[in-house]
Write a protein that binds this ligand. Structure first.
Ligand code: PLP
Length: 391
């Protein structure tokens, strides 16, 4: 590969959202309407999202998945003295919301093939204080939810799915969001499988939980702003029933979500196609390629995480650097929580307690996989990896 040609190629970012004219027109419509906070577009987005999941769920739009996870744990009654089981192989948001409520996360290692939370590890982590298990469908591959739900039921523990990567992931044919867990929370952050810039969706079949989450989403007010201005009760009247949060989604964000949702199946087809090309063309390299979904499941392909084997001619850090020189953006998902100073020092965590996650972390990198990436860009990534890894 000739350096001159490479330098003429524009940089391939690690991730890019795909925003169409429909999103732009809908956002402009929200701006022109004068209703820029939570209003009719947010209502529509919630209705459309629930309908996509089959209509049997409540979908509650929030301004981030982090906010949604916080609301879900609050509604599940988590507080000081409680324990919540989380994977170490995740983004810090999964565990930080547990601390917001004064409870303690209990960290669990991952399965070495899927990198999802290890079910045996969950079993060992359960104590009399365990209130919730928070599985993360890592990269978009569903956790073994049959086992996790059975374990939770056996011990009377709630299940909150951090589904930030998992739209539209399926477990045993069923879309994440429709399983028998208590709540699932999706993220629409800029780099997720669909985006509202910032945003999230809390999904539950439990009416009581949904009611609490809706109240706490907006200052603990018993009706949201839209209802307040359209219902028959006097417009000025509202009641505060709890010290709630400011987590509502604005219509400017929901406007994007309405159209992103319409294209989610098309987005998924493209991701699936790109993932398949990586599998075919990286198969003979000294790499561990990501685990694939069982035939009854669907992988959302939020992330494509590769791991270098011991036969690789360079280290992970060197590979990331050389890919950057070839104008290819990469990332690492994740520096596991046990390695971050706050979690490490607060809970006396060490790499030896999480051998699988730690080993995976040291050899992993995430390579670009997003709908806007062209076949030619992917060809360049594949050719560069083949050259750098000696083929
Ligand atoms: C992105 C992400 C979140 C947080 O989502 P936001 O919408 O940015 O708050 C939570 N958990 C995981 C695993 C994530 O990847």
């Amino acid at each position: 590969m000739n350096g001159k040609i490479m330098s003429e190629l524009p940089f391939i970012p690690f991730a890019l959202p795909q925003i169409g004219e429909e999103e732009i027109a809908e956002v402009a419509d929200a701006l022109r309407s004068g209703w820029v906070t939570t209003g009719p577009k947010t209502k529509q987005f919630e209705t459309d999202f629930a309908a996509y999941l089959g209509g049997e769920v409540e979908a509650i739009a929030v301004n981030s998945a982090t906010a949604g996870l916080h609301l879900a744990l609050e509604a599940l009654g988590v507080g000081p003295g409680d324990e919540v089981i989380v994977p170490t192989m995740t983004f810090t948001a999964t565990a930080e919301v547990v601390r917001y409520l004064g409870a303690d996360p209990i960290f669990v290692d991952c399965c070495p093939t899927t990198l999802n939370i290890d079910v045996e590890g969950i079993k060992q982590a359960i104590s009399a204080k365990t209130k919730v298990i928070m599985p993360v469908h890592y990269g978009g591959l569903a956790c073994d939810m049959d086992k996790i739900l059975a374990l939770a039921a056996e011990h009377g523990i709630k299940v909150l799915e951090d589904a930030a990567h998992a739209f539209p992931t399926r477990f045993d044919q069923q879309l994440i969001g429709t399983l028998d867990s208590d709540v699932a929370v999706f993220s629409f952050y800029a780099n997720k499988t669909m985006t509202t810039g910032e945003g999230g969706m809390v999904v539950t079949k439990n009416q009581a939980l949904a009611k609490r989450i809706k109240v706490m989403r907006l200052h603990g007010i018993s009706r949201d702003a839209f209802d307040r201005f359209t219902s028959e009760k006097p417009a000025w009247y509202y009641e505060v029933v709890a010290p709630g949060f400011k987590y509502n989604m604005p219509d400017t964000a929901a406007a994007m979500g309405i159209h992103q949702l319409k294209r989610i199946d098309q987005f998924w087809q493209r991701r699936e196609y790109l993932a398949k090309r990586y599998f075919e063309q990286l198969a003979d390299l000294p790499l561990i390629l990501p685990a694939r979904a069982d035939s009854s499941d669907v992988h959302s392909w939020h992330l494509y995480v590769i791991r270098l084997t011991e036969q690789a001619p360079c280290t992970r850090d060197e590979l990331i650097e050389k890919l950057a020189e070839a104008k290819i953006g990469t990332s690492v998902h994740y520096v596991p929580l046990h390695r971050h100073p706050y979690w490490r020092d607060s809970y006396q965590l060490s790499p030896e307690q999480f051998p699988q996650a730690d080993k995976a972390y040291l050899s992993m990198l995430s390579i670009p996989l997003y709908t806007k990436m062209t076949d030619e860009q992917q060809d360049h990534i594949i050719a560069t990896l083949r050259q750098l890894l000696g083929k």
